[in-house]
Design a protein around this ligand. Structure first.
Ligand code: XMP
Length: 517
């Protein structure tokens, strides 16, 4: 394991992902973790991330010198680089030599471990106020910029390396290469961490843990629960029962994807509960978005718990013990709940597929160590269909929060058709990878006058809400090509009865959220 020590900026997770792209397993740890504890995990290397502080600031996070003396290879980046310089006796000045953004870097030493095979002049991403003017003893200076004499250094003997810039960001042209040089050449780690090895390792661990007991997994239609279920299924076969609650708020074809395609690909044992009547009844007359979300969340948990109880009872009857519940928790959630501060509750996110509270089960979380793109790769490795593996985010409450107004069967039918057309055209135009997601929203309580054929119409508008985003926390509206918008609009107004207008949402987040409710 390579440990990435997080000095409190957004960079640590990105660094961990880059290390994994180099097929080396890595984990993020907070800089407040005692060095003893870090070393006790026997890391094959340690990376010190960038951070927002200046090493001179009062209360700026520091690092125990022992980390450099344990014989473990260390790579400092940006703030981590300055900490390393200062801790080991180099000079870091607070002299106003700030650099920000793309910066030309000159490699000044041939035979450098980190820069081997990269050009002498390269572009790097800088973001710093202080600068290192003298490397600590034993270090060779390997690169500089116009403003910074010591922009990179290395000590091959002690296997300590540092760069002033951010190799992990895209704008640094040879960043990945430099990182890989550190891992393979500097630290001598072999790139053996692959999706195949993740699957193997998880399957073995799950088998061992579950033994002869049984497990349950809720499927939501999304990537995470599908991949988690497929992994566990591979490990324990039909001692896993998957539960899919059909709340009637899914998009066209999604329930079939779970019922048919998922089962065909995995052979998993699946219990489908058709609860759409129940959800629609509970939603009758309700227009308030928060109330809708609460009702859907509440009903979901009730239905899921009932299905669970039935499975447990059946197993009991056969003298078997259902002891485990599978969850699709991902690594960013783990990192964030470990060190995150509370964020405001903008909307109640009932993670449908989520967990009733008073549970007598132990959790199996086979994706706990993985980033989303790795989960997709594992899904592929397990032979799940492309439509499931590449599925864009879709909210747990489903189309229930994409109908502004009361949710009814008819309205769901309209929205499903409109949504299917938008998805089809976006896919046909090859835009799936450019957009994060594209909610289609039915303004069910709005009517406008139109003309179709020879007649006057009085129908509803639908809103297209294509957005680009990295993590859904912020988003921008996607600049879709006009021809694609035109095709979607023409098809929806022609093919979906009662919809006579298509409008485009051109609001970023903030101030708008991605969903309308
Ligand atoms: P907003 O609308 O808050 O959405 O900008 C951010 C992201 O979260 C999704 N979303 C949900 N996901 N349960 C979920 O699992 C929910 O209740 C929920 N509400 C919103 C939304 O689609 C977007 O990707």
């Amino acid at each position: 394991t390579v440990l990435v020590v997080d000095f409190g900026a957004q960079y640590a997770q990105l660094i961990a992902r880059r290390v994994r792209e180099a097929r080396v397993y890595s984990e993020v740890v907070p800089s407040t973790m005692p060095v003893d504890e870090m070393l006790a995990r026997r890391p094959s290397a340690i990376i010190l991330s960038g951070g927002p502080s200046s090493v001179y600031e009062e209360g700026a996070p520091g690092i125990d010198r022992a980390i450099f003396e344990a014989g473990v290879p260390v790579f400092g980046m940006c703030y981590g680089f300055q900490l390393m310089a200062r801790t080991l006796g180099g000079t870091v000045d607070n002299n106003g030599a700030r650099e920000y953004g793309r910066t030309p870097l000159t490699v000044t030493r041939s035979g450098s471990t980190l820069f081997e095979g990269t050009p002498d002049d390269q572009t790097v991403w800088m973001s710093h106020g202080d600068a290192c003017s003298a490397a600590p003893e034993g270090f060779a200076v390997t690169a500089s910029t116009d403003l910074v004499p010591v922009a990179a250094f290395e000590d091959d003997e002690r296997r300590l390396y540092g760069v002033q810039y951010h190799p992990e960001v895209m704008h640094t042209t040879h960043g990945q290469q430099v990182l890989e040089h550190f891992l393979y050449r500097g630290a001598g780690i072999a790139p053996t961490w692959t999706t195949g090895s993740i699957v193997e390792e998880q399957v073995a661990a799950i088998r061992e843990r579950v033994g002869t007991k049984r497990a349950i997994c809720g499927l939501s239609g999304g990537v995470d629960s599908a991949v988690a279920a497929a992994l566990v299924n591979k490990a324990i076969g039909d001692r896993l029962t998957c539960v899919y609650v059909d709340h009637g708020l899914m998009r066209k074809g999604e329930t079939e994807q779970v019922e048919k395609d998922f089962v065909a690909a995995t052979g998993a044992r699946l219990k489908v509960v058709d609860a759409s009547e129940r959800f629609l009844d509970a939603l009758a007359g309700v227009t308030d978005p928060e109330e809708k979300r609460k009702i859907i969340g509440r009903e979901f948990i009730r239905v899921f718990e009932q299905a669970q109880a039935e499975i447990v009872a059946e197993a009991d009857h056969a003298g078997e013990d259902v002891a485990f519940l599978v969850q699709g928790t991902l690594y960013p959630d783990v990192v964030e709940s470990g060190g995150g501060t509370g964020t405001a509750n903008i909307k109640s996110h009932h993670n449908v597929g989520g967990l009733p509270e008073d549970l007598e089960f132990q959790l199996i979380e086979p994706l706990r160590k993985l980033f989303k793109d790795e989960v997709r790769m594992v899904g592929q490795e397990l032979g799940l269909p492309e439509e499931i593996v590449q599925r864009q985010p879709f909210p747990g409450p489903g189309l229930g929060i994409r109908i502004v107004g009361e949710v009814t069967r008819d309205r769901l039918e309209l929205l499903r058709e409109a949504d299917a057309i938008a998805r089809e055209e976006l896919t046909a135009a090859g835009l799936d990878r450019d957009i994060w997601q594209c909610p289609v929203v039915l303004l069910a309580d709005v009517r406008s006058v139109g003309v179709q054929g020879d007649g006057r119409t009085y129908g509803h508008p639908v809103v297209l809400r294509p957005v680009s985003s990295e993590d859904a926390m912020t988003a921008d509206w996607s600049r879709l090509p006009y021809e694609v918008l035109a095709r979607i609009s023409t098809r929806i107004t022609n093919e979906v009865r009662d919809v006579n207008r298509v409008v485009l949402d051109v609001t970023s987040k903030p101030p708008g959220t991605i969903e309308w409710e």
